[in-house]
Design a protein around this ligand. Structure first.
Ligand code: SF4
Length: 246
């Protein structure tokens, strides 16, 4: 499944715009309960106004709230981002630390954010267990755990460590584009051959193709309709000798 994920999501990457560990930490904090696209719409102004941890530490609460309002939960996020700046200045010389144990002590930073920062800003492999990752690995029976730390521990040994970060991006891409929470596009899913949850969503290729999202949704839908490269139930049946594989 990991190989197939790489084939169907060769463009998987962190969808938050950033240039430094500080920018990625702030952007990831802001991404709670909103889209990466929304975060990317506010961060150019934010990053220009607050280029360093010192600037966040000294920020005016009201001004910051105005900037962060479009991302939702802006009061909590303002408190976290200003608190982040103050903690970085007080304990880490104004720099974002490159260790999980340190990152999770910072305001607004949990394991998910810490792994995003480690994997994408420090090139230290990390598994990002967000809502998509959690849903998909459970559907695939990679684990039945629901606690993010336990999911990390269960999935980590299944995949080479150096691939943890890119695996996270691929799984999240698949969750955002194909394997949705309510109606997964099973009939247009390249992983159907191996997926124990195949059938949780529509298996008709035409119906499933309409559920696919993302910038390449039209191309993927066309491919699904022709059986390439996203496999249809007919191709799956042929590959599996007429039986669905679990
Ligand atoms: S077959 Fe269905 S449930 Fe399984 S990964 Fe694909 S879309 Fe998700």
């Amino acid at each position: 499944m990991n190989t197939e994920l790489a084939r169907i999501h060769p463009d998987a990457h962190c969808e938050l715009d950033f240039r430094t560990p500080l920018e990625l930490t702030v952007a990831t904090i802001l991404s709670a309960q909103t889209t990466d696209k929304m975060v990317n719409s506010v961060t150019p102004t934010l990053f220009a106004k607050y280029p360093s941890a010192v600037d966040y530490a000294a920020a005016d609460v009201s001004e910051m709230e105005v900037l962060l309002k479009p991302t939702g939960f802006f009061r909590v996020k303002t408190k976290s981002v200003i608190g982040l700046g103050q903690a970085l200045v007080a304990r880490y010389g104004g720099e974002v630390p490159g260790k999980l144990a340190d990152l999770v002590t910072l305001p607004g930073v949990g394991r998910k954010t810490a792994n995003v920062v480690l994997g994408n800003a420090f090139d230290i492999p990390g598994i990002t267990v967000d809502t998509h990752f959690q849903r998909l690995v459970r559907r695939w029976a990679w684990t039945q755990e629901s606690d993010p730390a336990k999911i990390e521990n269960a999935v980590g040994p299944l995949i080479p460590r150096k691939e943890w970060t890119i695996l996270s991006h691929r799984v999240i891409f698949h969750g955002r584009r194909v394997c949705h929470a309510r109606k997964p596009a099973c009939g247009a899913c390249a992983l159907a051959l191996w997926c124990p949850a195949y059938g949780d969503g529509p298996v008709d290729p035409g119906v499933a193709a309409t559920l696919i999202k993302g910038p390449d949704a039209a191309a993927r839908a066309r491919a699904a309709a022709f059986g390439l490269p996203i496999r249809t139930p007919g191709e799956i049946a042929a590959l599996a000798g007429g039986e669905q594989s679990a």
